[in-house]
Unconditional design. Structure first.
Length: 62
């Protein structure tokens, strides 16, 4: 059995939050498809559509 938990006693600060266009939005309405309504921690490898060169060793946390 694998269990996961959130450790709230060891908080880490985010280095940078980046706004990007949303993934998988229908291009039939280009105005909304390109709006930056997706917010991610820059350099975090657990974000969809991230390039390997953009992954940071610290996963985007200080």
């Amino acid at each position: 059995i694998i269990s996961y938990y959130i450790d709230i006693d060891h908080k880490r600060e985010i280095e940078e939050i980046v706004a990007l266009p949303r993934v998988g939005i229908n291009q039939s309405d280009p105005e909304w498809a390109q709006k930056k309504l997706r917010f991610i921690v820059s350099g975090n490898p657990y974000v969809s559509d991230i390039k390997k060169k953009d992954i940071k060793k610290n996963h985007g946390f200080i």
